[in-house]
Each structure stands twice: as structure tokens, then as C-alpha cells.
Design a binder for this molecule. Structure first.
Ligand SMILES: [Zn+2]
Length: 262
């Protein structure tokens, strides 16, 4: 709803403009602001991420070298460009360790799409979504399930946060496949963040491709949902891999071993 007392449009939401000698009307700013406010509410961005923007995204300069983390710089650049060029026919898949800033960037994309381009967006933590769907099964009425799912399936841009992948059950796999395939067929944009389990990286080296090469972490994480779904995600999203300096240090640290056990 436009503002009733707006001096530019007298509360109609449309203000007159003159292009050359032709009088036209255009959407008033009060209406645009109002729409952004509505879209922000509808997007369900959790409070702890409300402030997330490109301007306050920390590319974490290394204390010794003073160099910004190039993974984070690149991730920010891609995310920013994604907003600039929207509408796009692909989404973004942010992959990285916990605390790397994946959700921050993904939420920044949502907020910019809403505030600058008026795009309807929706945020869902993957586990919360599964729980909501499951809970609604126990309820007498199934309306909440269909309402929740309906929005997940049809909102123009969906952010699925924390696509956790620890031995997902068949039901979880099927639910995710349903969401992803429906959105893919409708040409809707999906943003996903997923965490790489990093401790097992070197331990689990018995996983090999048929050619005998070690399977990269990203592949292995997504393979838990099945090869078909993994291919589909690659098809519909640009993969943005983030490694933080801390992450690299941790990996390095894990490779130091005493010669003799303590
Ligand atoms: Zn107005």
C-alpha cells in the first residue's frame, strides 16, 4: 500500500512524470519502499542474518601478509555481479567450511535483490524446512505443509541455507529432489549454502573415482544426495567455493604429526 499522505502521489502510489511533452505516471517511491518492506518480511530472513550486506562482508585480511583472502574476495565479486546482472537463469551454490561467510553472502544477495530490484525471495534453513514439513504431517490439517512447500516451490528466488549432508535419509533426498527439480523445471533461481565436513578430508582417502583419483570434497558432499541430484545442482547453480585462511591453517595443522605417539 502506498502512503496516504505522500506529497508526490497523493496516496495513489503513482506519480505523474513528463517525458518530453507527454504526461505519464510512474510508480511512486513510497510504493517501492513499501513493497521492499513487505518483501523483506515475506523473505523470512532470520534475525541473526538481517544485517548481512556486501558492505559489511569481511574478506579477512591475513594478519601477516595484509592480503585479503582471495576465495572470499572472489566469492563476494561473483555474488555482487549476480545481483547486478539479475535476472539470471542460474543460481549460486556456496560451498565452504563453517564460519566462512557463505550465509552472509547469500543473504546479501537476497536483500539486494529485494531492495534494489523488488524480487520476491525466501530464506529457509534446510533442517528447519524439513522439520516444518514433518511436523505438519502430524497435524490434523495438512494445509501448513502445502502452504510452506508452495512458497518454497514457487518463490522467484529461494535460499536453502545449510544443506547438511550427513547420511540423509531417503525421505530427505526425495524432498530435496522434489524441491530442486520443481524449481528447475519452472526456471526459478535457487541459492544454496552447504558446509564441507573438513576433519575427515585426509582420513577418508579410501574414497576413489574409478580411475583411482581421490574424490574432491565438494563432489563427495553432494554425492550423498545421489549422483542425479548432484548433476542437477551443478546444472542449475554456479559453484562458489570458499576456503578461509583459518580453514587452510587447520588443514595444514592436521597434517603435522609427531613421529612418536605421546
Ligand atoms: Zn507516493
Amino acid at each position: 500500500m502506498p502512503k496516504k499522505e505522500c506529497p508526490h502521489c497523493d496516496g495513489t502510489g503513482w506519480r505523474p512524470v513528463e517525458i518530453g511533452s507527454v504526461r505519464r505516471v510512474t510508480r511512486c517511491d513510497c510504493e517501492i519502499e513499501d513493497r521492499s518492506g513487505q518483501l523483506i518480511l515475506l523473505a523470512r530472513i532470520p534475525r541473526r542474518y538481517e544485517h548481512c550486506a556486501f558492505e559489511n562482508f569481511d574478506v579477512r585480511k591475513d594478519r601477516l601478509s595484509g592480503q585479503a583472502n582471495r576465495y572470499l574476495e572472489l566469492a563476494k565479486l561473483y555474488a555482487h555481479r549476480f545481483v547486478e546482472e539479475y535476472p539470471n537463469d542460474f543460481g549460486l551454490l556456496f560451498i565452504g567450511p563453517t564460519g566462512a561467510g557463505k550465509t552472509h553472502l547469500a543473504v546479501a544477495v537476497l536483500r539486494e535483490l529485494i531492495l534494489r530490484k523488488g524480487v520476491p525471495c525466501l530464506f529457509y534453513d534446510f533442517r528447519d524446512l524439513l522439520k516444518t514439513i514433518q511436523d505438519s504431517w502430524n497435524a490434523v490439517s495438512q494445509t501448513s505443509e502445502s502452504q510452506v512447500l508452495q512458497r518454497v516451490l514457487t518463490t522467484e528466488v529461494l535460499l536453502l541455507d545449510e544443506l547438511a549432508a550427513l547420511n540423509p535419509s531417503d525421505w530427505v533426498k526425495e524432498t530435496l529432489a522434489h524441491i530442486v527439480n520443481t524449481r528447475y523445471n519452472q526456471k526459478l533461481v535457487t541459492l544454496i549454502t552447504t558446509t564441507l565436513p573438513f576433519a575427515e578430508a585426509s582420513e577418508d582417502s579410501d574414497v576413489r573415482t574409478p580411475a583411482g583419483e581421490a574424490v574432491p570434497e565438494v563432489e563427495r558432499t553432494l554425492n550423498q544426495y545421489g549422483v542425479t541430484l548432484r548433476s542437477r545442482l551443478y546444472e542449475m547453480c554456479k559453484v562458489i567455493e570458499i576456503q578461509s585462511d583459518d580453514y587452510r591453517k587447520a588443514i595444514k595443522q592436521a597434517s603435522w604429526r609427531f613421529h612418536n605417539d605421546l
